[in-house]
Every structure is written in structure tokens, then in C-alpha cells.
Design a protein around this ligand. Structure first.
Ligand code: MN
Length: 229
């Protein structure tokens, strides 16, 4: 195929133990999937059905990067999350079958321009520009489920400049990985290359130019990203 303008570059994530990469099609994010985070955002953590939003695939930033501080925000927040990478697609996937569709796992940041998100909420407008901005999805290399299994428990934390800001456990997800895949596949058809950011524990807060963020999920990996001064 030839194109009339330069075609966009494919987005991918490295896979530990493989020379080939995982091509990223879409980034789905689950909102308010930890009760303590739902509470800190002013919501009732009762088990409402999960809800989803997207980031563009090219928002991915490889772990280890130093990147410019995002434009148009005075309140950039960190949200450390488990990343689920879909290896085989489908629609109306049952909870019992859901994990068969997972290729692997990573550690990601759902960076959020909280001021823009808050304004959008107040105005009844989409969150898009608060969530789906350039370089808003730093992510580690994936680890294959065939190697590490399917983590359902384990510490998840985030440090800013060496200080712990967020701390939780994967077992605190309101909707676990199979349930989330099943719900999402009732709303949209999932395809190989889709990734799901599984929501963040409490402790979200602001980052500033020059900050260094380190995130961790037990058995899955360690993420680092720094913002230019
Ligand atoms: Mn999030």
C-alpha cells in the first residue's frame, strides 16, 4: 500500500524474552476500580458496573524515558496501574474464558491532566483531553502470561522522587481482570493488541517538571519515567 502522506508509525511494547514486539491497537482504561481511589475522587465505591475510556495508542511512552512535562495543565496526576495485554480477541467473552485471551501483563501509568478532567466533569463534557493526551501512557515491557501466570494479588505502588505516594494490592480491584475483560467485550469487540489499564489505588496526586516516577507491580515489573525540568 502506498499512502498520500507519510503513514503513522506502528506502536508496540517490548516483550521480555522475545525479540519481536507486541503491537498496540487500542488502550482501554477502567475508571475507579479501587474502592479507596473511588472514595478519594468523591464517589461511592459500591459495585457499580465498570466504566471505560480510551487513550490513543501513540500515547505510549517506553519505561526509562525522560519526557517533556505535558502542556495545558497545572495539575498533572499519576495513576499507577496493572496493564493487561490482549492476545486473542472476541466479543461477549465469558468471565470463565477471559484469561485465555490475555497475552501478558505490564505496568503502566494513566497520567491525567486532573484540572482538565475536573472541568470536563463539571461541564458534563467528555474527559478526553484530561486523559488521552500526548505521552499520557508510560508503560513497561510486557511479561508473558505463559511465564508469570495471571497476577490476581500482589503489591502495586508508585514513588515520586523516592517517596511512596500510591500503595495498594491487585486483590483490591473492584472488578478483577476476567470480569473486566468480559464487561469490555460486551461493549466493543476486543482484538489482539488491545491493552487494558486496570485502574489505580488511592494516593493519586500532582507531579511537577523534574519529577522522577517509579512504579511497581509484584511479579510484573518496574516502570520509571522522568519529566524534564
Ligand atoms: Mn486510571
Amino acid at each position: 500500500m502506498s499512502y498520500v502522506i507519510e503513514a503513522p508509525k506502528a506502536v508496540s511494547l517490548p516483550v521480555e524474552g522475545e525479540t519481536a514486539a507486541f503491537p498496540v491497537r487500542r488502550i482501554y482504561c477502567v475508571g475507579r476500580n479501587y474502592a479507596d481511589h473511588a472514595r478519594e475522587m468523591g464517589h461511592d465505591p459500591d459495585r457499580e458496573p465498570p466504566f471505560f475510556f480510551q487513550k490513543p495508542a501513540d500515547a505510549i511512552v517506553p519505561s526509562g524515558s525522560t519526557i517533556p512535562f505535558p502542556v495545558a495543565t497545572k495539575d498533572l496526576h499519576h495513576e499507577i496501574e496493572l496493564v493487561v495485554a490482549i492476545g486473542s480477541g472476541g466479543r461477549n467473552i465469558s468471565v470463565d474464558n477471559a484469561l485465555k485471551h490475555v497475552y501478558g501483563y505490564g505496568v503502566g501509568l494513566d497520567m491525567t491532566r486532573r484540572d482538565l478532567q475536573g472541568e470536563a466533569k463539571k461541564m458534563g463534557r467528555p474527559w478526553e483531553m484530561g486523559k488521552g493526551f500526548d505521552q499520557s501512557a508510560p508503560c513497561t515491557a510486557l511479561k508473558k502470561a505463559s511465564v508469570i501466570g495471571h497476577p490476581a494479588a500482589g503489591a502495586i505502588w508508585l514513588k515520586v522522587n523516592g517517596e511512596v505516594r500510591q500503595k495498594g494490592d491487585l486483590n483490591q480491584h473492584i472488578w478483577n481482570t476476567p470480569e473486566t475483560i468480559s464487561y469490555l467485550s460486551d461493549l466493543v469487540e476486543l482484538f489482539p493488541g488491545d491493552i487494558i489499564m486496570m485502574g489505580t489505588p488511592a494516593g493519586v496526586g500532582p507531579c511537577f517538571p523534574g519529577d522522577r516516577l517509579e512504579g511497581h507491580v509484584d511479579g510484573v515489573g518496574d516502570l520509571t519515567v522522568a519529566y524534564l525540568k
